[in-house]
Design a binder for this molecule. Structure first.
Ligand SMILES: Cc1cc2nc3c(=O)[nH]c(=O)nc-3n(C[C@H](O)[C@H](O)[C@H](O)COP(=O)(O)OP(=O)(O)OC[C@H]3O[C@@H](n4cnc5c(N)ncnc54)[C@H](O)[C@@H]3O)c2cc1C
Length: 329
C-alpha cells in the first residue's frame, strides 16, 4: 500500500461536541516529533454528529481535518465509529493514526486495527518517529523495570495510543483544509449489537481526573480492613480516594474507575498522597503531573519515595490510625 505522509490524530470530542483538551497536547507533541522530518502533514480525524464547529476550531492548528459528521455517530460507539472510519482511512492512506489514552479510544483503536489488519501499539507513555517513518512507542515492561520500544514496521497504517503529553499548540501560518467525508457505512453497522449507553463512572465521589487532592492506596495498605480505614481518613480530609492495580485485583476497590496509571486514569492534583505504593512506571506515568507528592511507605528505598517532594517512612496502618485520632480530637 502506498501511504501518504499524513500523521492523523483522532480528535475526541466532549459530549458538547468540543474538542477534548488532551487533543491539543497531542497536536503539540506530534509537531515536536515531526520537526526534524520533512514532508509530513499533521491532520485530525473527527467523528460525531454535527462536528462542523469542532472541525473549524481545529483547522488553524493542523494541515487538514477529516470530518465524519452523521447522526448515526451521535453516541460514542466503537463499532459504528470504526466502520465509518475504515473507508476514509483506506482512501486517504495515512501513515499513522494516533489516539490519546482513554477507554473508548483504546477500544476504537483496537477495532480499527482489526478492520484494517494492522498492528496497534497500545499504552505508550511516549512516542517518537525514526528515519524510516516508523513510530516508536515507549512501553514499560516487567513492572516498569525497563522501557521497551514497540514498532509496527510491516503493516500500515500504524495505529498508536499515547497519553497526552504536550502543551497547547500555536496556530499555523496557514489554515488547514476541512474535508467532510460521507459515512453511509456507519448505518450498515446496525447489524451488530451495541452497548447503548456508557455510564460515566461512579456511584459516589468525584472523578479523580479533576480532583485537587488525592489519596492513593497501594498494595502496602495490606487488607480490606485497612482499606476501609484509608477511605475513612480520606473522607475526613476531603480527599478523593484512588488506587494502584493490586487493590483492584484484591477486591478492596470495585472496578478500575479510580485506578491511576497507564491502564487507568491520568491525574494532576495539587496534592497526591501515596500510601503503600511502590512507584512502578505503570503507576507513576499516571500521577507525574501532580504538584506536590507525598509518599508514605515502610521502605524508604521504594521508587515512589524517590519520586516524592515529601516522604514518611512508616507503617500504613499506624499512620492512618494516628491521623484518624488526631482528626477526631
Ligand atoms: C501492562 C501493565 C499495565 C499496568 N497498568 C497499571 C496501572 O495503570 N496502574 C497501576 O497502579 N499499576 C499498573 N500495573 C501494575 C504495576 O506494574 C505494579 O504492579 C503496580 O503499580 C504495583 O502497585 P503497588 O505499588 O500498590 O504494589 P507493590 O508494588 O506491591 O508495592 C507495595 C508497596 O507498599 C509498601 N509497603 C508494604 N507494606 C507496607 C506497610 N505495612 N506500610 C507501608 N508501606 C508498605 C512496599 O514497601 C511497597 O513499596 C500494570 C502492569 C502491567 C504489566
Amino acid at each position: 500500500m502506498c501511504q501518504k505522509k499524513e500523521f492523523w490524530i483522532y480528535a475526541a470530542l466532549t459530549r458538547e461536541n468540543i474538542v477534548e483538551k488532551s487533543v491539543w497536547g497531542l497536536i503539540s507533541k506530534v509537531r515536536e516529533i515531526l520537526s526534524p522530518h520533512k514532508g509530513w502533514s499533521i491532520c485530525c480525524l473527527l467523528a460525531g454528529d454535527k462536528v462542523n464547529d469542532a472541525a473549524e476550531s481545529l483547522a488553524p492548528f493542523v494541515d487538514r481535518v477529516y470530518a465524519l459528521s452523521d447522526s448515526s455517530l451521535k453516541e460514542e460507539n466503537h463499532m459504528r465509529y470504526s466502520i465509518a472510519m475504515v473507508p476514509l482511512i483506506k482512501r486517504e492512506k495515512p501513515e499513522v493514526i494516533l489516539f490519546g489514552v482513554s477507554v473508548f479510544n483504546s477500544i476504537l483503536a483496537a477495532a480499527l486495527g482489526m478492520h484494517l489488519k494492522t498492528g496497534v501499539i497500545a499504552h505508550s507513555i511516549d512516542i517518537n518517529i525514526n528515519s524510516e517513518g516508523n513510530i516508536v512507542g515507549a512501553i514499560p515492561a516487567f513492572g516498569g523495570s525497563f522501557i521497551g520500544d514497540i514498532m509496527c514496521p510491516d503493516a500500515r497504517p500504524q495505529i498508536i495510543g499515547v497519553r497526552a503529553v504536550g502543551v497547547f499548540p500555536e496556530e499555523l501560518p496557514h489554515r488547514g483544509e476541512i474535508v467532510y467525508a460521507s459515512c453511509e457505512t456507519a448505518k450498515a453497522s446496525d447489524d451488530y449489537s451495541f452497548i447503548c449507553e456508557t455510564l460515566s463512572a461512579r456511584s459516589n465521589g468525584k472523578s479523580i481526573e479533576n480532583a485537587d487532592f488525592i489519596i492513593c492506596g497501594g498494595h502496602g495498605v495490606g487488607s480490606l480492613e485497612n482499606w476501609e480505614l484509608l477511605e475513612e481518613v480520606a473522607g475526613m480530609l476531603g480527599a478523593e480516594i484512588a488506587s494502584t492495580r493490586p487493590p483492584v485485583d484484591e477486591g478492596w476497590v470495585k472496578g478500575e474507575e479510580r485506578m491511576i496509571g497507564i491502564s487507568g486514569k491520568y491525574v494532576a492534583p495539587k496534592v497526591y498522597i501515596g500510601v503503600g505504593v511502590s512507584g512502578t512506571s505503570h503507576h507513576l506515568c499516571g500521577m507525574r503531573d501532580s504538584k506536590v507528592v507525598i509518599n508514605i511507605n515502610s521502605d524508604d528505598n521504594a521508587l515512589s519515595m524517590h519520586n516524592s517532594d515529601y516522604i514518611v517512612k512508616c507503617d500504613a496502618r499506624d499512620i492512618l490510625l494516628a491521623l484518624r485520632s488526631v482528626i477526631v480530637e
